[in-house]
Design a protein around this ligand. Structure first.
Ligand SMILES: [Zn+2]
Length: 347
């Protein structure tokens, strides 16, 4: 089946801002979510603030003053970076320093909050001169949150988060926040929630698997919006670095077993080929790689194009079948090389 899915190649593009406004309950900034249950022995970090290039949150835990987490742009009141700790990690003190090595981009107005259950946070201490320290913690801490309390047009750099009493840090895992909105189509809830779970599991995996120096950073926030009245789905990234996947309301209800479409769409966010000059004619390959990931890496299926009609440039499943044949019979790893080349102008 030719999947009628389209990709918007223009990156600086925000659709359906009205729908997004309605998705936010209340008039103030949306409250940060609870720290997700963390039983995996990792330190899980999530944030509402888009990442600048590859200044990822793990750089705030590496013990180096020369590397840091950096936001893509200014910050809003209510923005946060939340850190969920493993249950068996005994932290006796926490220190957070913000700003670059030359003291730019400090947090001017903010607070450090702690949680004993991962859900309810209490302010522990405000930031002063870009720093916040809690020196003696009573009881167990399951999560900490750096909260922006006033908007700032400058980016924010979080240089180091130090956990006192921890001799060896567990691995740092960056968890993208997938915000799902199906208020236009409540009957699509099961489909939408499954898509959210699939994205949480697979998007970071594919981001790591297909990482190259030119890759877009793992997104902090991806919105899954079930708001289309026609077509099937498409992915886009707005100028503020927040990605969106829009899905047809009708398709979600009429094709409840087609949740794998979200794998195809989320891979477009991983690809980040937007605006790469010289590749405008290679949309068939962009779509073919997304279907390769869906039909080989996510849920392997055999695709048998009609040899009398099919061309490898037919995009989607037909191109995916060609890529599988190349991987199996000609050049193993070709899909990773093609992905890398697609991110480089005129390659
Ligand atoms: Zn596509």
């Amino acid at each position: 089946m030719h999947l009628p899915v389209r990709l918007l190649l223009l990156g600086s593009f925000l659709l359906c801002s009205g729908a997004l406004a309605r998705a936010d309950a209340g008039e103030g900034p949306a409250a940060p979510p609870a720290a997700q249950p963390n039983a995996g022995g990792t330190i899980d970090v999530s944030t509402s603030m888009p990442v600048k290039d590859h200044h990822l949150p793990k750089l705030a835990f590496d013990g180096s003053a020369s590397t840091y987490f950096l936001t893509r742009g200014g910050v809003k009141a209510g923005d946060d970076l939340t850190v969920a700790l493993p249950a068996d990690l005994h932290v006796i003190g926490i220190s957070v320093s913000t700003g670059t090595p030359d003291h730019q981009y400090q947090l001017a107005h903010g607070e450090l909050a702690l949680s004993h259950d991962g859900a309810a946070f209490q302010t522990a201490v405000p930031f002063t001169d870009g720093h916040a320290t809690v020196s003696s913690i009573e009881g167990s801490v399951r999560a900490l949150r750096i909260l922006v309390t006033e908007a700032d047009s400058s980016p924010l750099a979080i240089n180091e988060i130090t956990l006192a009493g921890v001799a060896r840090l567990p691995p740092i895992r960056f968890r993208t926040r997938f915000l799902v909105d199906y208020h236009d189509a409540p009957e699509a809830k099961p489909f939408a929630e499954t898509c959210k779970s699939l994205c949480e599991e697979w998007y970071p995996t594919f981001t790591d698997m297909f990482d190259t120096p030119e890759a877009p950073p793992q997104r902090s926030v991806v919105r899954l919006l079930f708001d289309l009245n026609k077509g099937v789905a498409y992915a886009t990234t707005a100028g503020d670095g927040i990605s969106e996947i829009h899905v047809s309301k009708l398709w979600a209800v009429q094709h409840p077993d087609d949740t794998a479409l979200i794998i195809h769409e989320s891979f477009h966010i991983v690809q980040g080929y937007s605006g790469v000059s010289g590749h405008d004619h290679l949309g068939w390959l962009t779509e073919g790689l997304a279907d390769y990931v869906r039909n080989r890496l996510f849920m392997p299926v055999e695709i048998k194009p009609d040899p009398n009609k099919a061309k490898y440039t037919d995009a989607y499943k037909t191109t995916a079948a060609f890529l599988m044949w190349l991987e199996d019979h000609k050049k193993k790893g070709i899909c990773f090389k093609l992905n890398a080349a697609m991110r480089i102008p005129n390659s």
